[in-house]
Ligand binder design. Structure first.
Ligand code: ADP
Ligand code: ZN
Ligand code: ZN
Length: 740
């Protein structure tokens, strides 16, 4: 009887063997239902074998083969095997966590038919001019449907209210729905390169004539054959997106599929709509955690069938099945949201590179501030460097950047007088200002002037943040909160002072100074509901806001044409960090924020408030010198023996009992030393936040000068780690860790 080896969502690093009863058709990559312990579990068939070590009387048959979804391809299974091995994560959990939730469940999936919309006979006969002028959206929908049938997503690209307007049009009887794809028929055959017969025509609407740098970049990628990794290093506003669009267009014409990965925070409906509008007659699906389970399954299956020509997604979409994958793009490749911080701790960027290599297709990593890892690889020739050094719009100049030394100027609760005056001028000119501060709430900590008591969290090693509007102290690490005490809990003194600034405090200082200004605070507190952020964005665009106060939510991707001044209030705190990547992250973040200023015809200005205006980081920002900065950082990293010159793995442990945490880590360390591999084993130390939610946290770092040496060591070490008692601990191994 044939035997299949099945991946199951259990924390064991093995596959599980089952027999296949005659008459049951099981293929590799197929989902099956199997008995596990007392229950039935869904799993994925990884291999078919002839023999097994399991005793004949213990082996059980597959309960059912699920034919509700096409089997996973051999290529995807290989990719998942690689991830399981590289990231030291159980194969079953790796495979199952890469699938949409519905496909992990033991219930067969029922996919709802997708509806498309077209004009009815009366709708086709309708004269648009008889429709009232104010029904703009209805007119747009009818015009679009006159060209071709569309699905709801495509119509929503026309307007946010398309859903409601569509209902109205259907009620009139002008539009009807039908089940089936809206796009012209999709070729069933595999991706067949440049053969003449397979050419699909797409028009590239509203395309810009490329600048010569953009054209060089596009040509380099389209003329490459097979796998190649490109680093597209382009300053903000240099038109990287336009390069992506041209590359995508080229691939679509040849019948290929494109995977476009973007950071978590960037994948907004605006971005999705932008790409839809650039490729109006193309089936584009998005994949991200904001979708419902049903939508995710549907989009995933569209990709799997090859029906979706463009997959736009966050890190999890790197595992989307795409039979005709011909190009991968990773936008903002330096962004840390590409790294998953729990479970399978993968870097979607790195997995994407592996995948491109596996599929023999080009991959483009784009950024204004590449990660030092990628930059180093581009310099050493492993990747090909493509540069965009000028802004795409001739009139858009880079902002003027300057520093204000906070020790040599008058400060008003964290905002300098000079900066306030600049804001005043912007208000007078009806231009917008953005103040950036990386802390929400009113103040990072509350202090007693009598005894020096600080508002620490009783569950964590961190401080509780003062949220004055809500009269609360809140821990941003564990969520614990209390009412603001009337008096010091330690000495009874009633004189409690907020120390430092958060967004709420900045907002109130500005309100006092500019009572007539329209001030908008944008942080996770003020945008808890999705709609709120949408409305805020519209207000900003309509120039109904004078001053924006915000956290990193405001740093990325948004184009606000009236914004001409950006003030960064407290960048210095990152310079004290123990994380060796802190300066790199700060640089990237400040370039992003600075990029918000003066994107249109008005020149922008950026002001950093700092104690260290002569620090190389601020110098480099003032001269827009990423190259010089990166070179100095890489030299420092090389001296200090940090990545990209070494490869790292971090073992973390946390638990309620300090001695258990440290015993585990020390035993793990002894085991590592005893293996005598060519790796450097550092000491067991407390984590940067040594206590969180009443758990003590420790860590142990391993380094090696080659990836291979580290991997060999980890394989050997894993067996020993598995044997250590750790019942009451949460332990994890993090390969290429980003958090320290
Ligand atoms: P980046 O992603 O590099 O920050 P964008 O792709 O957003 O830059 O481009 C910045 C602006 O320049 C956009 O408004 C875009 O429409 C415009 N743009 C891009 N390429 C060109 C071009 N070749 N000619 C004219 N405008 C362009
Ligand atoms: Zn006190
Ligand atoms: Zn806490």
């Amino acid at each position: 009887m044939p035997i299949v080896r099945v991946a199951l969502d259990v924390p064991l690093s093995t596959l599980f063997d089952y027999t296949v009863t005659e008459g049951v058709a099981v293929a590799i990559g197929q989902r099956v239902l199997v008995p596990f312990g007392r229950r039935q579990m869904a799993g994925v068939v990884m291999e078919c074998v002839a023999t097994t070590d399991v005793a004949p009387e213990r082996i059980k048959p597959v309960t059912q083969a699920l034919h509700d979804s096409a089997p996973l391809s051999a290529g995807l299974l290989d990719l998942l095997r690689f991830c399981s091995d590289y990231y030291r994560y159980p194969i079953g959990q790796t495979v199952l966590s890469a699938l949409p939730v519905r496909l992990r469940s033991d219930k067969p999936v029922i996919s709802k038919p997708v509806l498309s919309y077209r004009l009815s006979a009366s709708g086709a006969a309708l004269d648009l001019d008889t429709l009232p002028k104010r029904k703009v959206v209805q007119r747009r929908i009818l015009a679009k449907l006159a060209e071709q049938p569309c699905n709801l997503a495509q119509l929503k690209a026309l307007s946010a209210t398309a859903g409601a307007q569509l209902k109205a049009l259907m009620a009139e009887g002008w539009v009807e729905s039908f089940s089936g794809p809206s796009i012209r028929s999709i070729r069933p055959s595999g991706y067949s390169g440049r053969t003449a017969g397979s050419i699909q025509r797409h028009t590239l609407d509203n395309a810009h004539i490329l600048t010569s740098e953009q054209q060089l970049a596009v040509d380099a990628v389209t003329q490459s054959s097979g796998y190649a990794c490109f680093l597209l290093h382009g300053i903000t506003g240099s038109g990287k997106t336009e390069v992506y669009v041209h590359l995508m267009h080229e691939v679509l014409q040849r019948g290929g599929q494109v995977l476009l990965l973007v950071p978590e925070i960037n994948l907004t409906p605006q971005l999705e709509n932008y790409f839809r509008s650039r490729f109006p007659d193309v089936n584009l699906v998005s994949l991200h955690s904001g979708l419902s389970e049903g939508e995710r399954l549907h989009n995933w299956q569209q990709a799997q069938l090859g029906a979706a020509q463009i997959v736009l997604g966050t890190r999890l979409s790197v595992f989307a099945e795409m039979p005709r994958l011909a190009l991968i793009i990773v936008d903002e490749e330096h962004d840390s949201s590409f790294k998953q911080q729990d479970g399978l701790r993968y870097s979607a960027r790195d997995v994407a590179i592996f995948r491109a290599n596996q599929c023999g297709v080009p991959i483009v990593l784009g950024s204004a501030t590449p990660s030092l890892e990628s930059y180093h690889n581009a310099q050493s020739g492993r990747y090909r460097m493509l540069k965009l050094t000028g802004r795409a719009l001739a009139e858009a100049r880079l902002p003027a950047v300057r520093c204000i030394n906070i020790n040599q100027t008058v400060m008003h609760q964290g905002i300098s007088e000079n900066l306030l005056r600049e804001i005043q001028q912007r208000i007078e000119r009806r231009e917008q200002s953005l103040l950036f501060i990386n802390r929400r709430g009113y103040a990072p900590v509350l202090m007693c002037t009598g005894c020096g008591w600080l508002s620490g969290c009783k569950h964590c090693a961190g401080k509780m943040v003062l949220h004055l509007n809500e009269q609360r102290l809140r821990c941003h690490h564990c969520g614990y909160q209390i009412r603001v005490p009337q008096a010091c809990p330690s000495c009874g003194n009633a004189d409690l002072h907020p120390v430092g600034s958060g967004t709420q405090r900045v907002e109130s200082v500005l309100q006092e100074r500019f009572p007539d200004a329209r001030i908008l605070r944008v942080d996770r507190d003020s945008t808890r509901n999705k709609r709120a952020w949408q409305i805020m964005r519209e207000q900003i665009h309509a120039n109904e806001v004078d001053i924006l106060v915000g956290t990193q939510m405001l740093a990325k991707g948004h184009d606000f044409p009236a914004l001409t001044l950006v003030g960064v209030l407290n960048p210095d705190s990152a310079l004290y960090s123990s994380d060796f990547r802190a300066p790199e992250k700060l640089f990237a973040q400040l370039v992003q924020v600075a990029g918000r200023a003066g994107r249109a015809d008005k020149p922008g200005e950026v002001i950093f408030q700092t104690e260290f205006p002569d620090y190389p980081l601020f110098r480099a920002l003032q001269t827009h010198d990423f190259e010089g900065w990166a070179a100095s950082q890489l030299a420092e990293r090389k001296m200090a023996g940090f990545p990209p010159f070494v490869y790292q793995a971090m073992l973390r442990a946390e638990g309620k009992q300090e001695n258990e945490v440290y015993r585990y880590l020390n035993d793990a360390r002894s085991a590592a030393v005893a293996l005598q591999h060519e790796v450097e084993i550092l000491g067991v130390v407390p984590a940067a936040l040594p206590r969180r939610a009443n758990h003590l946290r420790g860590q142990l770092l391993i380094q090696a000068t080659s990836r291979k040496a580290l991997q060999q060591f980890l394989r050997a070490w894993q067996a020993q780690l598995d044997a250590l008692p750790a019942a009451k601990l949460r332990c994890s191994l993090d390969i290429d860790p980003l958090e320290f």
